[in-house]
Each structure stands twice: as structure tokens, then as C-alpha cells.
Design a protein around this ligand. Structure first.
Ligand SMILES: Nc1ncnc2c1ncn2[C@@H]1O[C@H](COP(=O)(O)OP(=O)(O)O)[C@@H](O)[C@H]1O
Ligand SMILES: [Mg+2]
Ligand SMILES: [Zn+2]
Length: 250
């Protein structure tokens, strides 16, 4: 049961009676759009930790690069679906706020009435794999279709635990099919990429400089290049994990 108050304008019917030149008719009430946005949020599978993530509660802490990243993501969501790129890729180190901003964008897009679905990449792979099993439940069987069909898909944390041909083929097929059908994709990744300025593909260790596995190593060249074609690629600034920053600064 909804605990929400009944709309005062239409009494909860969703319609407003209007009289014009002594003819009365019914017009849809504005509360319908609000109701739709709420239903979309309920179905979006955004995890509880991020359910309230928004641009309003994203703290830029006076860091210029963080401000500019937030305003780019906001611009993407505000101009959706007519911006220069249908998709968005947020790339950067863990704890820099990628998932928070991706969810904020998805929620704003849902406010406009588009259907959005959140899925963690590894979980999606596990569910698709489980779906091949005859005894598996139907939600696992539908996982792949959902990834292809949902109007806007948020693919969180691209990059699998174990990279196999199957993983690369699956992600390639999702990205390519969405791309071909002009279905927007919002993705985040902790993996570095050599073509993204400021992305760290090497790291210093006790024994010298070490190569880090990149986005290309994980998802393959084809999926990566389709992703770059369809997405506004935004690199997060190289700042500490938010949880550490918060400990330091507050
Ligand atoms: N700038 C920020 N302002 C407010 N909360 C933040 C900010 N950056 C990160 N967080 C919060 O810190 C946690 C980790 O951020 P998250 O978006 O998951 O990082 P990432 O996806 O880059 O690893 C989340 O709970 C998120 O809401
Ligand atoms: Mg994340
Ligand atoms: Zn109403």
C-alpha cells in the first residue's frame, strides 16, 4: 500500500476536469508523470546504498576537476536524449564517485520518464551464465534480454574477475546490440585506458614500474571501441577514495 497522500488536484484519478466554452473535458494531471518516475525508480534495481545518490548530495569539496566532472555528467543527463553522445562512460580509480554520479544521471533520466536499469557487470555475467542452466530461475534467464532491451542501461564496474573469451563475447554482444539499436548505455570502470588522458596504465611497485591491466585487456578491443564510439568518456580526477577523504577532511 502506498502511504503517499492523494493528489489534491485530481483526487487521485489522474485526470482534471476542465471546462472550456461550456464544454467539459478531462486532461491528464501532472501527478501522472511523477507517479511514473516513482514506478520507474522502484523497478530500476538501483542498490540501496545508491538509491538516493544525486547531483545535489555529491560533494565537490572545492576540487575544480571534480566540479567540472559533475557538471559534464549533469549536462549529459539534462540534454538526454539529444546530446552529442547517447552514452556515458565514467573511468577512474575506486572511490572517486563514479557509481554515485552514474546513478545520479540515471535517476535524472528516469525523472524524464525513460526506463532505466542498474546492473553490476559481474552480477550480470553470473546471472547470464546461470541462465543457461535449465533449472535456473526465470530472472536469471531474463538477465540477458534485460541487458539488451532496457531503455537505458547502467552497467556498473566493467571488468570481470576472470577474463575469458565468453566474457569478452558477451560484453561485445551487449554493447554492439545496444549501439546498433541506439539504446543508451551508462558505464563505469576502475580500469585504466591508454587513450584516456591522465588514466594510469602503469604503477610503481617495490620492484619497478608495473603494467596495469586495462579496459581493453578485460573487455576486448571490439567492445571497447564500440563503447568509445557511443559514449561521452569522462575521466574522474585522481583523488583519494571518498571514504578516506571524508575521514581526512570532516
Ligand atoms: N563527491 C562525493 N560526494 C558525496 N558522496 C560521495 C562522493 N564520492 C563518493 N561518494 C560516496 O562514497 C561511496 C563510494 O563512491 P562510489 O560512487 O561508489 O565510487 P566508485 O564507483 O568510483 O568506486 C558511495 O557511497 C558514494 O555515494
Ligand atoms: Mg563504483
Ligand atoms: Zn493529480
Amino acid at each position: 500500500m502506498s502511504t503517499q497522500a492523494v493528489c489534491e488536484k485530481c483526487g487521485g484519478t489522474g485526470w482534471i476536469i476542465v471546462e472550456r466554452a461550456s464544454v467539459s473535458g478531462a486532461e491528464p494531471c501532472a501527478c501522472r508523470a511523477q507517479g511514473r518516475a516513482e514506478r520507474l525508480e522502484e523497478r530500476s534495481q538501483i542498490p540501496p546504498l545508491y538509491r538516493n545518490a544525486s547531483f545535489e548530495n555529491f560533494k565537490t569539496e572545492g576540487v575544480r576537476d571534480l566540479k567540472s566532472v559533475m557538471s559534464d555528467v549533469k549536462a549529459y543527463a539534462d540534454t538526454f536524449p539529444v546530446g552529442p553522445y547517447p552514452g556515458l562512460l565514467l573511468i577512474g580509480e575506486p572511490g572517486t564517485g563514479k557509481t554515485h554520479l552514474a546513478v545520479a544521471a540515471l535517476r535524472r533520466i528516469m525523472q524524464k520518464g525513460f526506463e532505466g536499469v542498474f546492473t553490476d557487470f559481474q552480477t550480470l555475467l553470473d546471472r547470464i551464465r546461470a541462465g543457461y542452466d535449465a533449472s535456473s530461475n526465470s530472472s536469471n534467464k531474463e538477465a540477458y534480454r534485460m541487458a539488451l532491451d532496457s531503455e537505458v542501461l547502467l552497467l556498473d564496474d566493467l571488468g570481470a574477475h576472470r577474463v575469458t573469451d565468453w566474457v569478452q563475447d558477451t560484453v561485445t554482444s551487449i554493447v554492439t546490440q545496444r549501439c546498433n539499436n541506439r539504446k543508451p548505455l551508462i558505464a563505469t570502470t576502475n580500469l585504466p585506458d591508454a587513450d584516456v588522458e591522465g588514466s594510469k596504465t602503469t604503477q610503481k611497485t617495490a620492484v619497478g614500474v608495473e603494467y596495469r591491466r586495462t579496459l581493453r585487456d578485460h573487455i576486448g578491443d571490439r567492445a571497447r571501441s564500440r563503447l568509445f564510439e557511443m559514449c561521452n568518456v569522462i575521466r574522474m580526477p585522481n583523488i583519494d577514495d571518498y571514504r578516506i577523504r571524508r575521514g581526512k577532511w570532516f
